[in-house]
Ligand binder design. Structure first.
Ligand code: GLA
Length: 389
């Protein structure tokens, strides 16, 4: 892939000078959804698919960007003196946002760049193509300009900062963290309250992680996402009148039940309940995995889905169909929606000898009921972002 992209870069921009190559993965979250902006735990892993970038320094302050995924947009030209978001900038708002965030942190970019991008994460699938593009850009800028004091966690935070403040999506840290810090064959048990984390070996000897792409993406995803986040923040400030906490993630289920009446709306109670219970489920799920209790892990995944569907209300009909179908197949250990919601993908743990039946049955039934095909990916867990040279 790398050599092919370098070749494409040369054809587009010319062959001279030092050309460097980078990769940042997408992610799938196993459990711990909508907990990362509530000071809770998440359990994502990096995928082997993601976003590639090829770059070369320029002598002036121009930035030229081309994506093989959006060839019709052509070469988009901008400048380090014009790092402002705009609707017509389309996909280039992500790399531009990261450049803007570097400069805002005092990492002035000394010259412009020619950049070619290619991503193999299915579009709009909720597997973090945008976070991978942000982390890719950070990895590129750090390497190109020798900002060696920046850690991979810094790059994750810069990516999140740019997404929040340049692109207007108030996401948490999970996606960028997973893309930056991923480790082959491991999921990351991350405490978002202080960014402490540990890697957990996903040694599923007799099962596979299967992602099912519903191929639907409902509109207003980022505004609905921001609404959920606001509801949680309001619920927190109501709870703070009754109990001394800084984040919903500090509460146990019992503490939540004891104080929930401080929240003066039924909707916000449901949102906060999800945030609290999902965080506890994530802690329990990782403990179950350590005890080799994959059955319990699967049950907690299923409970996570129910909570996201009924209390957090971020699922949708198509995703619920996928999950219901999965739950009815013998050999499916657990299945749930993954990522931000309102479409996108489910993640399932499926016993090895049931994978074919799973794909066949879910695939056929889904198409019958929804009218289009789902896509299936049997996942490999990969490493985090890196320089490819
Ligand atoms: C999106 C956001 C993440 C996280 C998930 C839900 O992927 O980018 O920060 O909040 O949704 O768990």
């Amino acid at each position: 892939m790398k050599n092919e992209l370098i070749q494409a870069f040369k054809e587009l921009y010319g062959a001279e000078g030092e050309i460097r190559a980078y990769f940042a993965p997408g992610r799938v979250n196993l459990i711990g959804e909508h907990t990362d902006y509530n000071g809770g735990h998440v359990f994502p892993c990096a995928l082997t698919i993601g976003t590639f970038g090829i770059a070369r320094k320029r002598e002036d302050r121009k930035i030229r960007l081309f994506s093989k995924n959006f060839p019709k947009a052509g070469i988009v030209e901008t400048s380090l003196d014009d790092l402002v978001p705009s609707e017509k900038a389309g996909w280039t708002n992500y790399p531009k946002g990261v450049m803007w965030a570097f400069e805002g942190r005092g990492y002035k970019l000394p010259c412009g760049l020619d950049i070619l991008i290619y991503g193999n994460i299915p579009n709009g699938s909720g597997l973090s193509s945008s976070a991978s593009l942000e982390v890719l850009t950070g990895t590129m800028l750090r390497d190109m300009f020798g900002f060696d004091d920046l850690t991979m966690i810094d790059l994750a935070q810069i990516g999140q900062y740019s997404e929040n403040n340049f692109n207007g999506m108030n996401c948490g840290i999970m996606d960028q963290f997973a893309s930056a810090m991923g480790k082959k064959d491991h999921a990351i048990f991350l405490d978002t309250s202080d960014l402490s984390f540990e890697y957990a070996n996903i040694k599923l000897d007799d099962a596979k992680i299967v992602i099912t792409n519903s191929k639907v993406k409902h509109s207003l995803v980022s505004s609905a996402y921001n609404d959920r986040r606001n509801e949680c923040e309001t619920a927190l400030s109501e709870l703070q009148k009754a109990v001394d906490i800084k984040a919903l993630g500090e509460l146990t289920e019992e503490e939540y039940e004891e104080h929930k009446d401080a929240i003066h709306s039924e909707i916000r109670q449901k949102r906060a309940k999800h945030a609290v219970y999902e965080n506890q489920r994530t802690i329990k799920a990782v403990a179950a995995l350590k005890n080799d209790d994959i059955e319990l892990f699967g049950k907690l995944m299923n409970a996570s889905h129910v909570s996201l569907r009924d209390d957090y209300e971020v699922s949708c009909e198509e995703i619920d169909i996928l999950v219901d179908l999965a739950w009815n197949i013998p050999g499916v250990v657990g299945s749930r929606i993954t990522g931000g919601g309102f479409g996108g993908c489910t993640v399932s743990i499926v016993k090895n000898d049931a994978v074919d039946t799973f794909i066949e049955t879910v695939g056929t039934e889904y198409e019958k009921r929804v009218g289009h095909k789902a896509e299936f990916y049997v996942v490999e867990i990969g490493d985090g972002a890196r320089v490819l040279n």
